[in-house]
Design a protein around this ligand. Structure first.
Ligand code: SF4
Ligand code: SF4
Ligand code: SF4
Length: 332
């Protein structure tokens, strides 16, 4: 049988997707919330700018062109403000768990793995097309009253159908060919986030003191935007599009947790060891000044206390590391 050619990132994804994990479950819920909001706004008449028959809606009332447009515009502004508030508290958690565009990229990753390996191809391609349809239809409803498919003239029905199918194909193709590049250098929300990102206790933490890093780099390979999760304070220089160079990598981190999943998968057979990476809330080193404070605090505490002999944290013996790596390679 011919060898399967998968990029390193897809190989890691293929491996970790075989293990059940809490993040996809959480994401199913958060994504459902996103879609309920996206569908409810036009369907309940909170905002719609109807290109078919001028059936514009604002605040549950039929309205005119100006107010219909204003309601859609205002909804987008409110959405942006909300995501900015979320960003101020927990960083780019919306990117990792609430953004349907990111989820489309995730579905496209899975479909690409299926295309390359031939495993579950129909199912995973179907899921990618299904998600594209869900997302495109949500957008479509903001601009076309769905009654066009019942009450519209033949021409209106054909145009609406063509528009919807075109939107679905566009979303699918963007997922297939652009994917995470959009997040890395073109998404206005993402660029805003990376530019204004303030330090957060919540996020990806690499704890090399308490744990045992195997140096396998699966976390790095799993990252959809090419970061090194082990040191997110490093500046990010290979940006694309209109992304901003030189900012810490933490500003570009989507808080998606893929690196944590990859890291946890390496430690699956080692229940006594704590994976070094976590997506958590820790008052540590997201800000360099906090790190300095923490270092100072540590030094003064050391002076005050008598020196204690601590038990070394558990270390993985070399044979086990090799076994784990070999096991992962086999499963990839
Ligand atoms: S960068 Fe933009 S498209 Fe990507 S996950 Fe964040 S909000 Fe979504
Ligand atoms: S560093 Fe981890 S959480 Fe951040 S984008 Fe990369 S994989 Fe996602
Ligand atoms: S996946 Fe975990 S063990 Fe492997 S290099 Fe990354 S942090 Fe270390």
């Amino acid at each position: 049988m011919a060898a399967i050619k998968l990029a390193p990132r897809l190989r890691v994804l293929r491996s970790i997707e075989k293990e059940p994990h809490r993040y996809p479950k959480i994401r199913r819920f958060t994504m459902a919330v996103t879609f309920v909001v996206l569908y409810a706004i036009p369907l309940l008449g909170i905002a719609r700018f109807d290109l078919w028959d001028g059936r514009h809606m604002a605040a549950f009332e039929r309205t005119n062109f100006v107010y219909g447009f204003g309601a859609v515009f205002l909804s987008v502004i409110v959405f942006y403000l909300l995501t900015f508030v979320v960003n101020g508290i927990v960083g780019r958690l919306f990117c990792g768990f609430g953004c349907p565009v990111g989820e489309m990229s995730r579905a496209s990753d899975t479909a690409e793995i299926a295309r390359k390996t031939g495993e579950n191809r129909l199912r995973d391609e179907g899921k990618a097309w299904g998600f594209a349809a869900l997302l495109a239809t949500a957008g479509f409803l903001w601009f076309v009253d769905p009654r066009v498919f019942i009450e519209g003239s033949l021409k209106a029905k054909l145009m609406a159908t063509g528009g919807l199918l075109g939107a679905i194909a566009t979303v699918y193709l963007l997922g297939r060919f652009v994917r995470w590049s959009f997040c890395r250098g073109y998404c206005p929300i993402g660029i805003y986030y990376s530019a204004v990102q303030t330090a957060h206790a919540f996020g990806i933490h690499y704890d090399e003191i308490e744990s045992v890093c195997k140096g396998c780099d699966y976390c790095e390979q799993a990252c959809p935007v090419g970061l090194d999760p082990k040191d997110l304070r490093k500046p990010q220089n290979d940006v694309i599009g209109v992304g901003i160079e030189g900012l810490p990598q933490s500003n570009h981190c989507l808080t998606c947790g893929e690196c944590v999943r990859a890291c946890e998968s390496v430690f699956l057979q080692k229940p006594g060891l704590i994976p070094p990476l976590s997506l958590s809330r820790k008052a540590d080193a997201r800000k360099p000044e906090d790190q300095k404070k923490a270092d100072k605090k540590g030094k003064s505490a050391d002076k005050a206390k008598p020196v204690e002999t601590k038990e070394e944290p558990p270390r993985a013996e070399p044979e086990s590391e090799l076994q784990t790596a070999a096991k992962l390679e086999t499963s990839l």
